[in-house]
Design a binder for this molecule. Sequence first.
Ligand SMILES: [Zn+2]
Length: 236
Amino acid sequence: MSLVKNGKRNTTRRGFVKEVAAGAAAAAMAGALRASLAPPDEGLIAAPGPMIQAPGPGELKYRKYFTSELRPEELEIGYGAMKNMFLVFCDGDIIEGCHYFSAMLMGESATKTAGHGPHKHRDPEVLVALGTDPDHPNELGAEFFVCMGPEMEKHVVNKPALIYVPANFIHCPFTVTKVTRPFIFIQAEYATKATETALRDMVPPEMRNKYIFIDADGSSDKGKPRFGSKVPPPSK
Ligand SMILES: [Zn+2]
């Protein structure tokens, strides 16, 4: 790439463009910040919204994209029926095209079980742990461990974290060891339905009924009987 001198300040045109872009970005950022910090009667919230369509009578066209607007028979499919387990849950059976996603609040009771046994999924998985103390957002208020790979390399997590699990990668046990404040645990798979292959042989026989083990082939749960509250979640 050629760098053309603009002569005046002995800077390059590319450098000048970068300076202008950086200045514009900073100005936009400052504007957005001011708007978000301004009281509601001066900020964007109170601004007229000609682009926003007020809800009309009858059913909203896009309510199908909100789990909060789905009817029980639309939401309570597969693990979507486990309302006591998940704060939110969705997959492709519930919202067409949506990938498997769940979020739960884990309290002290999570330390009372061995946790989830070794397994793998057909698709990549992302796990996210977040604390719930607004005064200390960088604290998890809990501790758990996750083993990774066929070697079962142990990783202790005690601060907010995102964990990426590649497709077909052996992971877990996942065991919560300490909770001083309930924390949010999110679990997502890069697929509309969760798949899981339990690897029971990776733990001693006497431990196999202590861990949660799940086998899921990724088929639709539509029309199948609802899961009971005792059925564990499909993965971690
Ligand atoms: Zn998993």
